[in-house]
Write a protein that binds this ligand. Sequence first.
Ligand SMILES: O=C(O)C1=C[C@@H](OP(=O)(O)O)[C@@H](O)[C@H](O)C1
Ligand SMILES: C=C(OP(=O)(O)O)C(=O)O
Length: 440
Amino acid sequence: MSATSDPRLQQDAVTVVPCGGISAEATPPGSKSYTNRYLAIAALSGRETLIEGALLSDDTRYFASAVAAFGHVRTTIDEERSSILVEPTGDAMRAPAEDVYMGGAGTPLRFLIAMAGHAEGTTTITGNARMQERPMGDLLSALPMLGVEAVAVRGNGSPPVRVTGGTFLGGRTRISGTVSSQFTSSLLINSVHAANDTRIEVVDELISQPYVDMTIAALAEMGVRIEREGYRSFTVPCGQQPRGGRVTVEPDASGMSYLLAAAAVTEGEVAIPGIGADSRQGDVGLAEVLERMGCRVQLNGDSVTLKGGPLRGVDIDMEAMPDVVPTLAVVAAFAEGDTRITNIASLRVKECDRIAAVTNELRRMGITVHESADAMHIVGGVPRGAGVETYDDHRIAMSFAVAGLRTEGVTIKDPGCVAKSFPGFWRVLDQLHPGKASTA
Ligand SMILES: O=C(O)C1=C[C@@H](OP(=O)(O)O)[C@@H](O)[C@H](O)C1
Ligand SMILES: C=C(OP(=O)(O)O)C(=O)O
């Protein structure tokens, strides 16, 4: 999509070249989750906002065009500076005449559903084939209590979704938190613009909790105060206009996971500036998991270094860090002993069924894996080379590419799928690679 895009994004496959221990400093791109949050809040704020250090990827580009489709803001991407400018046009928010297509961008699509509640008229929002299977039902059921009618066109709880808006009154609603935290985040962000105070009650357990903390942090950064009782209920007082101005996106912790894993599996070293223990991104926690597996980790406020060593298996509940489970699973394949990753049912409804995908692909590499509905048990060993299927899932492609730094003959099919969250991934992998070309 970008002029500087890597030709490997167009290839059918890339073969990763193994190397000895890496020794590098590298930075992942801006956080996907924060870029999406700032875009949503800026679009609702009615004030000019410059999002600096933004992630420019398929997902955030879909979202930047989608918010502009309501006509009340214009969004301009600066490729050189990695920034997105959101400017009010002076027009009211209106439902776009055309269907809004969101590709595979789950978080933006879920944020957009509630946002369409503010737009006069009927907005139809859809996505790619996988997105048309991903669950939205809990969010659709929560919106009518706030005055917004939102239905799945096919009656199956998945996109296409039709939202009749201009009626986001606020009030009191209930939401389930067991399928995705994105529903709660979507309600929190979009309630800022409601006519009344909004109380959001989570009726069961909320998964992926760090993402809700990130939502509240992004709102606070833009001057919006939320009252909360833990993860059970949240109140968004009305009449708060986000402040606009400049916001800076920190590096992406899920993207960082591949850099940490590269050092772990090659028994090398990596230093990552700009993100560390001060971050609210839950995925930073992978550094500590890798420490338990035998790596030496230094987690400072705003940087992380990791030195790989002999790896051992770990038993770990990954409910709060779903996106880095494929990364951890690949590292576990190289560890001595067993790794049990539990409480990860949500992986089955992401870009692909990630429990099934990781299980299939590790087995293809000769690793024993047992899967259950919400867990994986990986028996570490010596993975062998294979042609890895990636299921149009960026995280499967990036995790298994890391395996190729250690194992001969790892070919990643459809390498372009990394563009969902990390279009520069293959170039960053080159930066880590002592031979300077990580793929052949
Ligand atoms: O709010 C967010 O930015 C995200 C929340 C998580 O989803 P779930 O809450 O569905 O686990 C995560 O998987 C996704 O990549 C980003
Ligand atoms: C699950 C993910 O994204 P989303 O739900 O936003 O599509 C992801 O990036 O791993």
